[in-house]
Design a protein around this ligand. Structure first.
Ligand SMILES: Cc1cc2nc3c(=O)[nH]c(=O)nc-3n(C[C@H](O)[C@H](O)[C@H](O)COP(=O)(O)O)c2cc1C
Length: 220
């Protein structure tokens, strides 16, 4: 069995990466508990890969064409995209940057999703358990007001069209800097952030672990 965890953020040791590590653990534990002998949980750091977004070449839609349903661009996504489409489950994770997932994740999804999109018909992509994890400075109240209709709903309906309804995990009020005293900031109170980190983030990690368990169960 193959699982893909796609990190759309640049940082390897901060909230987004930590949450994905917990998803990894949840999948690993659940599959091991069910005596699944062979499985791979592949974590992909998009910022380590060299690629751009869709170029609108439409080879993926050309009737009878060599690349129908595939993205023909020869770069670091050429071999990865089919592996994700053939996998058993996929999890995307991204910090919110300016009210959206990162540009890196958007460019990646243009390539992953558009090649399987058929105008006016079902996607060519195979349905599979899938999830999106967002991390952000915003509180739940702020995110509900600002991002529900502009980000969460449209993003998740794009995932649903392709892979089926995604699980959605939203992680609010994250701890952004290693040391708040070193960076200019008049908005966030370091003590409040530290409190959230200490009291809420462990619950968030637990939610990510449980998400991994659920995804693994869905594949059995
Ligand atoms: C360029 C940039 C833009 C950001 N824009 C937003 C935003 O629009 N809304 C928000 O809530 N947080 C925003 N943030 C904060 C990040 O989403 C938040 O710190 C996130 O948890 C970072 O994930 P990481 O710690 O895994 O890197 C932004 C951060 C950066 C660096």
């Amino acid at each position: 069995m193959e699982f893909y965890l796609i990190n759309g953020g640049p940082r390897k040791k901060y909230s987004t990466a930590k949450l994905l590590n917990k998803v990894h653990d949840g999948i690993n534990d659940e599959l091991t508990k069910n005596n699944i002998g062979e499985f791979n949980i592949n974590t992909i750091m998009l910022y380590n890969l060299d690629y751009k977004g869709c170029k609108s070449c439409f080879h993926c839609k050309k009737i009878g064409g060599k690349y129908y349903g595939q993205c023909p661009i020869k770069d670091d996504l050429r071999e990865l995209l089919p592996k994700i489409h053939e996998s058993d489950a996929v999890v995307f994770a991204s910090p919110i940057y300016f009210g959206d997932v990162t540009g890196q994740l958007r460019s990646f999804l243009e390539r992953l999703i558009f090649s399987k999109l058929v105008y006016g018909r079902e996607s060519l992509a195979e349905k599979k358990p899938n999830a999106i994890i967002y991390t952000m400075n915003a509180t739940k109240e702020q995110a509900d007001a600002m991002y529900e209709n502009t980000l969460f709903k449209p993003f998740e309906s794009a995932l649903e069209y392709n892979f089926g309804k995604p699980y959605s995990l939203k992680i609010y009020d994250t701890y952004q800097f290693k040391d708040y005293s070193l960076y200019e900031n008049y908005l966030f109170d370091e003590k409040e952030k530290a409190k959230t980190l200490e009291e809420q983030f462990p619950n968030d990690l637990n939610s990510a672990y449980n998400l991994g368990v659920k995804l693994a169960r869905d594949t059995l």
